[in-house]
Design a protein around this ligand. Structure first.
Ligand SMILES: [Cu+2]
Length: 171
């Protein structure tokens, strides 16, 4: 899926580059030649069409929102505290239940870190910033048993790469 999205992103960036080059070339022409009268009438429907598609895509890809409870569940989430410091995580529950909503309360004792939750295939599942003086929450429900890892997603110094917490999800 991530490879497909990467190729899709590359294709869309290439398409945007082609459009930019076309616009730059048109900018060099006299105004009357650059915008034929017949294409002017598509402008407004195209503009509103893109707005509608943009809102729909944004809504479809951001819901459920990981920073508030999943509206599809009424289950009380399990609270897990994750505290970061240079260069380790302390997580108060490292054995986590399957199919139960979990809310990670994430903070930092020193500098900014990034709480990144990864599965055993090193796929990023969810993430939130770990900041001193703030507690940020991120909601997640594990649907597969196995080993998971919390890695730091914000470069925080010399041993940043070693900030790893192991989590186990049991059926
Ligand atoms: Cu770090």
């Amino acid at each position: 899926m991530q490879e497909f999205l990467w190729l899709l992103t590359l294709s869309l960036v290439a398409l945007l580059a082609v459009i930019f080059v076309a616009v730059i070339r048109q900018a060099a022409m006299p105004a009357a030649a650059a915008v034929p009268a017949r294409s002017g009438r598509y402008r407004q429907p195209l503009f509103w069409g893109l707005i509608i598609v943009g809102v729909a895509v944004t809504y479809g890809t951001l819901v459920p929102w990981p920073y508030s409870p999943d509206p599809r569940t009424t289950d009380t989430p399990l609270r897990v505290n994750a505290i970061s410091e240079q260069w380790s995580w302390s997580v108060d529950h490292t054995e986590l239940p399957l199919n139960k909503p979990i809310v990670f309360f994430v903070t930092s004792r020193d500098v900014n870190h990034g709480f990144g939750l990864y599965d055993s295939d090193r796929r990023l599942l969810t993430q939130v910033q770990a900041m001193p003086g703030y507690v940020n929450k991120v909601h997640y429900t594990f649907t597969k048993p196995g080993q998971y890892r919390v890695l730091c997603l914000e470069y925080c110094g010399l041993i940043h790469h070693d900030m790893i917490a192991e989590l186990t999800v049991k059926p």
